[in-house]
Write a protein that binds this ligand. Structure first.
Ligand code: GLA
Length: 381
């Protein structure tokens, strides 16, 4: 894949590119908590975006997408969001850098990758992180990874219209081989925690349901959380986000909010507590206990936060009765994409052989399986 991208770049632009990669991510637990200033536990994986880039001495960005086999050209002095088009993520990052005062120059770019799009593995965050790092390196901006993460997130807000949290861009940029990231999304303090799973695999099962409704529903969830916070602030002005609330505070405002807002807040408060408890279980090597937290997380995401879908619920329910699966839950924004599962290594194949026909006969779709390893974040190839 990388060779192909480099060859295409050389053939198209007749020069040597700078080559940058940035990985997709998984998240063990802590879903929709990032934009509520809570806790998450993501990791970068062995699926990545590759960006080949060189300066072109013009005022144009000329981009070729390997996956879409399509070219896109834009003028660096006059461009705006192009929602729904792949180029919007690249332009979004260029715009953020320009806004921060960096003189982005004309460039030629070829990019591609093996992160399945729409599967909840953050291909867009990986692309944003790769583009930010590539431009910073190529033009000698020396931007810190922390700042690049913020620019990438802002690009998603402004150019893709998704009010995402910081988790995806953070995980893609800061991943470490063999480690998960324990991230506090308020302070951005984090630890790389070595995840040793000698007898288990992290298996993603892709429902192949593309989350088309997801963007608007995602922004809506964010607003609903904000409504809960605003209600609580009337009684407790010091509360800044759901991170600061517990179930007692939530009960105190119960009659001021709708059942729906109550449910959304309850899920987030419980999920934050779960991440902390799950983290302690990992410290004690209690994978079974950790897996139970994953199941509880899914229950909340499905019933209270309502970001699951029948196909995801089916996969999680299916695995509940199987001893070889320690934990399973939907992962990422929701409404489709993958479940993440901790599965006994020796049983991965048998599990796939039994889930595949069951899922096919129910939904007439063949699910995809990805056994992933934890890898380094954004860097130069
Ligand atoms: C998407 C967003 C993240 C995060 C997850 C849900 O992936 O980009 O910021 O909110 O959904 O945990």
């Amino acid at each position: 894949m990388t060779d192909n991208i480099i060859t295409t770049f050389k053939e198209t632009f007749s020069k040597e590119p700078l080559v940058v990669y940035s990985p997709g991510r998984i998240n063990l637990i802590g879903e929709h908590t990032d934009y509520n200033e809570g806790f998450v536990m993501p990791a970068a994986i062995d699926k990545k975006m590759i960006v080949a880039i060189a300066a072109n001495q013009s005022r144009q960005g000329r981009i070729y997408s390997m996956d879409f086999q399509e070219e896109f050209v834009f003028d660096l002095d006059s461009f705006g969001p192009y929602k729904g088009h792949w180029a919007t993520y690249i332009m979004g990052v260029a715009a953020q850098l320009q806004q921060a005062g960096y003189a982005v120059q004309g460039f030629d770019m070829v990019f591609g990758g093996d992160i399945p799009v729409g599967a909840g593995l953050s291909s867009s965050a990986a692309l944003e992180a790769a583009v930010g790092f590539a431009m910073s390196t190529l033009f000698g901006f020396h931007i810190s990874k922390r700042s690049l993460i913020h620019y990438a997130q802002k690009a998603e807000h402004v150019f893709a219209g998704v009010q995402c949290g910081i988790m995806d861009q953070f995980a893609s940029a800061m991943g470490k081989k063999g480690h998960v990231i324990r991230l506090d999304c308020r302070s951005l303090d984090f630890h790389h925690f070595p995840l040793q799973l000698p007898d288990h695999s992290i298996l993603l099962i892709d429902t192949c349901v593309k989350h088309s409704l997801a963007d608007s529903a995602y922004n809506k969830r964010r607003e609903e959380c904000q409504t809960g916070v605003a209600a609580a602030q009337k009684l407790y002005p010091e509360i800044k986000s759901l991170r600061d609330m517990d179930l007692k505070v939530l009960d105190a405002i119960r009659s001021d909010i709708t059942q729906l807002v109550y449910n959304r807040c309850k899920y987030i408060i419980e999920e934050n507590n779960r991440v902390l408890a799950a983290s302690e279980l990992l410290d004690k090597d209690d994978l079974k206990g950790f897996g139970e937290k994953m199941y509880q997380s899914h229950e909340g995401l499905s019933k209270l936060y309502e970001v699951s879908c029948p196909e995801l619920d089916f996969l999680v329910d299916y695995s509940k009765d199987l001893d070889e699966v320690l934990g399973s839950r939907m992962m990422g924004g929701g409404f489709g994409g993958c479940t993440i599962n901790i599965v006994e290594k020796s049983k991965v194949k048998t599990l796939q052989d039994s889930i595949k026909p069951a899922f096919e006969s129910k939904y007439d779709v063949t699910p995809k399986f990805y056994e992933v390893s934890l890898e380094e974040g954004t860097g130069l190839l």
